[in-house]
Design a binder for this molecule. Structure first.
Ligand SMILES: [Cu+2]
Length: 73
């Protein structure tokens, strides 16, 4: 399957430590995922081949962050 980009809105990320927590939560379920956290934009872009959006959302939520609607640009 081709890699695809997902952009998830994530609330509550305040600093680089939060960004790392979220990144770790994602790479724990998919070690091959590329993760780009946008702190001011409250979003996380994930490039991954296999996993479902719901799995990433669940992992981020379990790490203590709330999912929000991603900002449209
Ligand atoms: Cu933080």
């Amino acid at each position: 399957m081709a890699e695809q980009d997902l952009t998830l809105g994530v609330d509550g990320m305040a600093c680089e430590g939060c960004a790392q927590s979220v990144t770790r939560a994602i790479t724990r379920i998919d070690p091959g995922a590329k993760v780009a956290v946008d702190l001011p934009g409250k979003s996380v872009r994930i490039t991954a081949a296999t996993k479902e959006r719901a799995e990433f959302e669940a992992a981020i939520h379990a790490a203590g962050y709330d999912m929000i609607a991603p900002a449209t640009r």
